[in-house]
Design a protein around this ligand. Structure first.
Ligand SMILES: [Zn+2]
Length: 266
């Protein structure tokens, strides 16, 4: 009798824990899938110092001599532009390359932290540790492995370079203004909460004026990749979504084009 009582009471304890303790995964058959990637085209935004941008070269388009239709293209792109992955080796000599990141780290529950109101008042806003604490007060402790998505409200500015980056001078990255993570918040999310990845709807996991890219240094040294230039974070709920973030599998790559979706159950 006593052991049955213990079993029942521990079941009740488990049932009363916040969802984060054991995040339910959405049913893929019925879930809503939100595309968080921008298409790659001539408008795709690259870092101002990038030597080139996305190129799509037509190799064939039309009727083949044998009678069938045939089209084919060649593409060329720097790794870091558009919706893309920053692999740990991007800022860490001992970091994993794009092809080495465990897939489980890229398929995980999401926590969306919204700072869009503060960023609207200050384009150089950085996520603070108090913002993270406030989120946890409302939604529960961020579980290890969570993919954190920072919603700054910058998404609708894409693909206007001046609006999105704060400056559109070619070759000059010294006058950029856009919001992102702050150092203490990044340390807390990466080292204390053991986040699986840090994503953002701006061009960088460091804010525009950054010169030392300290958030890149912190996250990538801990083998936590960055997910940059994410689209449509407005549509992703603060909790309950799962993220599937699959980069192009470039052997030895420091990052690369990323197809990322949020999966939201009912
Ligand atoms: Zn990058």
């Amino acid at each position: 009798m006593k052991s049955r009582y213990l079993a029942v009471s521990s079941f009740l304890l488990l049932a009363s824990l916040p969802l984060h303790a054991a995040p339910k995964s959405p049913n893929l058959a019925t879930a809503k899938v939100i595309d968080l990637s921008y298409a790659f085209d001539g408008q795709t935004i690259y870092w101002p110092t990038s030597p080139s941008s996305f190129k799509l070269e037509k190799l064939a388009f039309g009727d083949a001599p044998a009678g069938y239709f045939y089209s084919s293209y060649a593409f060329c792109t720097p790794e870091h532009g558009g919706t893309h992955l920053d692999a740990p080796i991007h800022f860490s000599r001992t970091g994993r390359t794009a092809d080495q990141i465990p897939l489980r780290q890229l398929i995980a529950p999401a926590a969306v932290i919204d700072v869009s109101r503060k960023a609207a008042a200050n384009a150089d806003y950085r996520l603070s540790i108090d913002d993270v604490r406030d989120w946890e007060k409302a939604h529960g402790t961020i579980a290890a492995g969570t993919i954190v998505l920072l919603r700054t409200g910058w998404g609708p500015r894409w693909p206007d370079r001046k609006q999105y980056l704060g400056d559109d001078t070619p070759g000059d990255a010294s006058h950029l203004h856009f919001p992102s993570y702050g150092k203490e918040a990044a340390e807390f999310l990466v080292l204390e909460r053991r986040a699986g990845a840090l994503g953002v709807d701006t061009a960088s996991i460091d804010f525009g004026p950054s010169k030392d890219f300290i958030v890149h240094q912190i996250a990538l040294a801990a083998q936590v990749p960055g997910l940059e230039n994410l689209a449509r974070l407005e549509e992703v709920p603060e909790t309950g979504a799962w993220v599937i973030a699959l980069p192009m599998k470039i052997a030895g790559g420091s990052g690369g084009p990323l197809r990322i979706v949020a999966v939201v159950g009912d």
